[in-house]
Design a protein around this ligand. Structure first.
Ligand code: SF4
Length: 266
């Protein structure tokens, strides 16, 4: 926390970020069991009628169900391995596609049924997404990286407009924007303070970065990651000592680490 004269105590609305891969993995295992049981019934019940049409049809249907299950479990095992080891033998964009388009929505539904807070699933999703993005092993030029910060990170009483030009910040230390500008200068990375999702999307469209480092709350990050796909986005959950959307913060060392991961810089 910069020298704002205040300690960072948090508030009832502030949710500490605890990466929750365990939630994701547990849900995956429960789902695997559920899919096996449901898959068996979906195979067994029609076979009674199919056999009367042709004796080979139940086997064809069985082969189809097994292929479908194998694809589901194969993807799940791959993600599980990524979650546990932080690395997979090879990276494929389809892995990220599986997580974004299939596993997250399914996990969210399963988590809802099991009364697991959505935020825990989003945290797990963010964590695994970041591992995948880091695994891409791309050495992106710093100038093709874009750091997207939400406007709520700014000190509430600051009269300086930083959303059009972040360089207007005079670095008074009352919020972290000054430090972010210094980091942007140090690495030559683009930095943008966004007033909302539409503005952020427009900035991404204009800049055409190769990767984005985004800071926001879990909900915005989870939906933003899906919107931005296939653009790789390294997501960092913000601090919320005053609750959502007001004088939020970010750990500068997390941004530094993200730049290092993506640009291969120390
Ligand atoms: S935006 Fe810059 S000038 Fe304004 S409070 Fe934050 S650090 Fe100070």
């Amino acid at each position: 926390m910069p020298d704002s004269g205040q300690q960072w105590h948090g508030s009832p609305e502030s949710v500490a970020y605890k990466p929750g891969k365990g939630v994701f993995i547990t849900l995956l295992l429960i789902l695997a069991f559920a899919v096996s049981v449901i898959g068996y019934f979906f195979w067994y019940i029609p076979t009674v009628g199919l056999r009367s049409i042709h004796p080979a049809l139940p086997w064809l249907l069985g082969a189809f169900v097994i292929a479908l299950s194998a694809a589901f479990f194969g993807g799940g095992a791959f993600i599980l391995n990524a979650a546990l080891k932080g690395r997979v033998p090879f990276y494929s964009p389809s892995l990220r596609w599986l997580i974004m388009r299939l596993y997250l929505p399914v996990m969210a539904i399963a988590g809802g049924l099991l009364k697991i807070p959505k935020i825990r699933i989003e945290q797990a999703f963010i964590e695994i997404n970041n591992q995948m993005v880091a695994m891409m092993g791309r050495r992106i030029k710093p100038e093709r990286l874009l750091i997207l910060m939400p406007h709520c990170i700014q000190f509430d009483d600051c009269k300086i407009k930083v959303t059009r030009n972040v360089r207007n910040c005079v670095g008074c230390g009352k919020c972290e924007i000054g430090e972010l500008v210094s980091l942007s200068d140090e690495f030559g990375v683009n930095l943008f303070i966004s007033t909302g999702g539409t503005v952020a999307r427009r900035k991404v469209y204009e800049e055409q970065p190769q990767a984005v480092i985004a800071v926001a709350c879990e909900r915005d990050l989870a939906s933003g990651l899906q919107d931005a796909y296939p653009l790789p986005v390294y997501a960092i959950v913000n601090k919320r000592p005053r609750g959502y959307c007001m004088e939020t913060g970010v750990a500068i060392q997390d941004i530094r680490r993200a730049i290092s991961e993506l640009a291969g810089r120390p």
